[in-house]
Design a binder for this molecule. Structure first.
Ligand SMILES: [Zn+2]
Length: 256
């Protein structure tokens, strides 16, 4: 038996891009295994573009990011997680693709320290450039761990969003891979998830586009991140989130 250290070892590592992604994608795990979860956010949720934080009435990027962090902490208290279970990298919203080497090193470090049995993250679907960069970094961090001879966690992904015929689509995966596990939430769980999501006052317009239940996840496939996830424009290209796929692919290729 390996020595157990309850302060650092966790069964489940949840790696997401933004405050609220953990609840939208992984509420089943946060509800049912709150003591066993460690959550790593790879951005602080504050974009450089002023219109985002000005719309929210914040005076600066930093003020907006601080507000999102406070929302996250309140939401995680609903599930019973404390602040020692939460970490956030100092990366701006929409900058994750440009910070992939940092993401990869930080995620690999958490895998070495926490030795999780399971790691959850986003699928690679062209929904948001930060989500795709996170999926890339998790896949590659797992490969580094494996190359070091350390035990490999089960790499899982939850549903997010992507473009389907040019329209926003959430709640299922873009393309077929491994078997999908449906995790319907009981009414009391849905109430708690709603309460957690209500903490994200700055994100309500986006949150309204997701169903409360079921949660869906599957074993993550091994992605080829330099290939466009689907034909036609990606959701982040349609919404002009700062990247064309070719730019993302070049950043991924530089690390591969
Ligand atoms: Zn997100």
């Amino acid at each position: 038996m390996p020595p157990s250290n309850p302060r650092t070892q966790k069964e489940t590592l949840i790696v997401v891009a933004h405050p609220d992604d953990e609840t939208l994608g992984c509420a089943h795990e946060l509800l049912r295994n709150s003591a066993g979860c460690h959550v790593l956010h790879v951005t602080d949720g504050g974009p450089f573009e002023a219109r985002f934080w000005q719309q929210a009435g914040a005076a600066s990027r930093e003020e907006y990011a601080a507000r999102r962090k406070a929302e996250l902490h309140a939401a995680m208290r609903v599930f019973g997680l404390n602040e020692t279970q939460l970490e956030m990298l100092p990366v701006a919203d929409r900058e994750a693709p440009r910070q992939i080497p940092t993401l990869l090193a930080e995620i690999a470090a958490r895998l070495r320290e926490l030795r999780p049995a399971i790691v959850y993250t986003h699928p690679f679907e062209g929904g948001h450039p930060d989500h795709d960069a996170t999926a890339f970094a998790v896949q590659h961090a797992c490969a580094s761990i494996q190359a070091e001879g350390l035990p490999l966690p089960e790499r899982r992904e939850f549903t997010g969003y992507h473009a389907r015929n040019g329209e926003f689509h959430s709640g299922d995966f873009l393309w077929e891979a491994n078997a999908i596990v449906d995790a319907p939430l009981a009414p009391a769980e849905q109430t708690l998830k709603r309460e957690a999501l209500d903490c994200y006052r700055s994100q309500q317009r986006v949150i309204a586009r997701f169903a409360l239940s079921p949660q869906r996840w599957r074993i993550a496939p091994v992605y080829e991140f330099t290939r466009r996830p689907h034909a036609g424009p990606l959701y982040y290209e349609i919404r002009e989130m700062g990247y064309r796929f070719e730019e993302f692919a070049a950043l991924a290729a530089a690390v591969s």
